[in-house]
Each structure stands twice: as C-alpha cells, then as structure tokens.
Design a protein around this ligand. Structure first.
Ligand code: PKZ
Length: 170
C-alpha cells in the first residue's frame, strides 16, 4: 500500500474501555441517522462493525449498484465514507468520542460493484487528544492483496459541547 500519511513513531498506547462492546458483538450506532452506521439513514451504508480483540473491528460492505461512481466500480467518496465510519466506530472502543480531522485513502485497485468488501480497522495509538487509526479493505470472497487502505487522524472531543456548538445557528 502507498500513502503519504505520516503516523508518528512515538505514539502513546491506546486502551480498550472496560465497558467497551464485547468481542464479537456489533458496535452500536452512535447516531441512528448516521450515513455510515445508522439504521434510520435510508440511503446510508448501514455498516455493522463487529468488535474484535483490543482496539480492532471488522465489517463487510456489500458494494451495491447504488454505490457506483465509474461504470461498475465503487465511488471513491463512498469508500472514504466507509473508511471514516469504520475507524470512527473502532475508536469508540476506547470509550471516547473522536471526530475526524484528517482522512487519507489509498485507492489501490478498482473495487467492482457486487464485491463483498471486508474492512479491518484498528487504533494505532494516541498523541494527547489525537487518535491515529487505520483500515484495510479486502475482497471477502477472494482474500489477497488489499484493494484499498486508509488512515485517519481523529481528535477526542466532549461530544455534548462539540455537537451543541456544531449545531448552533449563527
Ligand atoms: C449531543 C451528544 C451526542 C453524543 C454522541 C455523538 C457520537 C458521535 C460519534 C462520531 C463517531 C465518528 C463518526 C465518523 C467520524 C466523523 O465523520 S466526524 C465528522 C467530520 N469531522 C468534523 O466535523 C470535525 C470538524 N473539525 C473540528 O471540529 C475541529 O477542527 C477539531 C477536529 C475538533 C479540532 O479542533 P480543536 O478541538 O479545537 O482541537 P485543536 O486544538 O485545533 O487540535 C488538537 C490537535 O489536533 C491537531 N489537528 C487538528 N486538526 C488537524 C488537521 N486537520 N491536521 C493535522 N492536525 C490537526 C492539532 O494540531 C492539535 O495537535 P497538538 O497541538 O495537540 O499536537
């Protein structure tokens, strides 16, 4: 995989919260209307991320025709959305809320409509309020080289303060 995203080599270790979603369970949607994970988002991705060991999670995105960009292949923005959501949900295993500051996607190969896209995400570590995470995507039917990968820099926020201010009309 190629990327220009720089992950610091002196990250602080991140810790799984004691009350984090149990291994093997679906990480609950953080917002029912979220485009990435919300069951009530009619046109959304409806991602269901299964918590893994430590700070990891896995999900499968069925690449439906409605997710196309170029003929027969996934839209780049849809893949970016799925990666953002996967890392965001995985970060929640720390028991904190972190919002995306930087999202980096390596589109290594075209991903065809009809693909079952397996995405494995994990938290790499912390630097103060900054959370560094990554995600790698494979064809679930024929695992081999990754089809795409992503990195994110997230910033831990107080969710009530953040979303109250974000929703305030000027
Ligand atoms: C009502 C209750 C609801 C409860 C339940 C809600 C649940 C909700 C869950 C959401 C789960 C996620 C789901 C998917 C993730 C999304 O899609 S989130 C949506 C997209 N992201 C956004 O809207 C974020 C918009 N940006 C912002 O709000 C602000 O810029 C941020 C990111 C919070 C940072 O602002 P800040 O808090 O003032 O922090 P700031 O001091 O500027 O930066 C902190 C550090 O990060 C670094 N940094 C910040 N931005 C950058 C950048 N772009 N590049 C490089 N470094 C940066 C700074 O340099 C600084 O570094 P240090 O000095 O500590 O070394």
């Amino acid at each position: 995989m190629k990327t220009t995203f720089v992950v610091p080599d002196d990250l602080e270790p991140a810790r799984r919260a004691d009350d984090a979603t149990a291994v093997g369970d679906v990480i609950p949607p953080h917002n029912k209307r979220c485009f990435g994970c919300g069951p009530d988002a009619m046109q959304g991705l409806h991602l269901q991320a299964i918590a893994g060991e430590g700070l990891t999670a896995t999900a499968v995105l069925e690449v439906e025709r409605r997710f196309a960009g170029g003929p027969g292949v996934i839209h780049g923005g849809i893949l970016a959305s799925a990666f953002d959501e996967m890392m965001g949900l995985t970060n929640m295993l720390m028991g904190t809320i972190a919002v995306t500051a930087v999202l980096d996607v390596d589109y290594a190969a075209p991903i065809q409509v009809g693909t079952s896209l397996r995405m494995d995400a994990r938290v790499l570590g912390l630097r103060g309020r900054k959370v560094y995470s990554e995600v790698v995507a494979y064809d679930a039917a024929t695992p081999g080289d990754p089809l795409a990968g992503g990195h994110g820099l997230f910033v831990v926020v107080d969710p009530v303060d953040h979303f109250t201010r974000a929703n305030a009309r000027p």
